[in-house]
Ligand binder design. Sequence first.
Ligand SMILES: [Zn+2]
Length: 556
Amino acid sequence: MDHAPAPTLLIEPTLDLRDKIELTRLKPMIEETPALRNIMGVAKTRDGSNKQGIKLFPGGVLILGGANSAASLRQMPIRYVICDEADAFPWDIGGEGDPMGLIAGRQTTFPRRKTLEISTPTIKDASRIDEDFERGDQRRWVMPCPHCTEEVAFRWKLLQWTRTPEGVVSACWYVCEHCGGEIEESHKPHMLAAGRWLPTAKPKVAGWRSYHINALYYPIGLGLSWMELAQEWLDAQSDPAKLKRFINTRLGEAWEDRSRDLKPRIIAQRAEAYAVRDIPPGCLLLTCGIDTQDDRLAIQVLGWGASEQAWVIDWLEIPGDPARMFRDAMKQQGAFYDYLNKPFRNAWGKDMRIAAYAIDSGGHFTHEVYGFVRSRCLPRLMAIKGASQSGKPVLSPRPRPMDVTSRGRTIKKGVMLWMVGADTAKHWVHNRLVADAGVEPEARRLRFPAGLDEDYYLQLLGEVFDPEKNRWVKRRGRRNEALDTLGYAVAASQHPEVRVHRLRKRDWEALSRTLEPGEAADAESVKDNKQEPANDDKPKRKRRTGGKRGGFVKNW
Ligand SMILES: [Zn+2]
């Protein structure tokens, strides 16, 4: 606007966002930048020339558009175009095609046109910026290593850190890929200043430049420190949404769903020496997921230990009419009830009962499931239903009261229905399966017994995540109850009186003392706590137990 004024179009993903950006970003920038303040001052609000979305300045005009509005992109010939958050642009606006095509049409009269596309990348194979970055010469900011002076571009995998046993990052440094020297964050200001953009590829389109930068480059004091980034990364490991956000916004990379590469045969090879229904050491709590089919019930029991490590304990299908099985169970009879009610015995001869059950109420037996749950014939038995929206928590924080119809009689608000983020649970399962690749059994996040049949693993991988539709889809001809029931068992683990995901080391130790007497507490705990410090002289806080309703640990 000051150096080479020309008609300029700034496009935000939507018109709403455009208005917001104009007020919160553009206006302060113009007011606080002397060069811009001067030129904008000339054409001040006379005859409405600087109305919303249009800013006149000597030699040019700045138009603000929204990529969701074809009209706002079709104003006049434009020399410079700035596309902000281009990954959020639609691929087609109102049947007129790609907004980028409409924009290019406005620029053709200017031989010295320029287009600047800026974005956080989103999902691999669906990301505009990722594609356009790869089309260009892929420049990265390289800087001399303070030790060997070879040029380095900051890459996430070369950041190193140490952690306290509580998992808090306590130190952080970067390793030079050339000399192995340790680069401290305090080296950064000098390095940044001595750097340059280095093309790393031949552009696929002549003159197409592309640039990549990530959060490791944040100047000190502007954005997160390396330690804060490492902590954010660690905290994101158990949450696919957080992990995706980290990879997109901090690493500046497109999210690639790795679950497509999982194969049933490979997962089946992870089966360990413990038998189905055996309780391995370290497994201290059980939850159960039940799926209702027209001619059978599918059941999966999941075991839990410190750090939310999970074991598949059992998987079975009971053939028969579900309505009849529920009726029998309410009378505390039948194979289905007997199975669920029977305690499991661990290697110390201690009996363990299932702490919570989640049963799917979707399908053809909704009211039968409601009746079964209402009977309270099992403790912490929850009726669940898959949430229709994606990205919901594995278990909704608050259940909804539902009417129950039983033998022609309606009981108002007779049962509580819990919504389950089934897609979130599936991400949970797949993330663990992916993360466990090449990991020793003791350190795996999801462990399998010997003796599960091939069909179990086929069903476990019976669905694949479609990032474009943002939902899970069944693989052709596959059943998926093993995956569903595993997800339900995960949901059951978050019952407010159980809350496996909120249990602390101390809670697990207390469980271990009860269930594994004589065993050194916490033998199965996480591996990377090398430097166990002398924390014992710290004042001990009172042991936290499960939910508000108090003390599930002592109920066991
Ligand atoms: Zn070096």
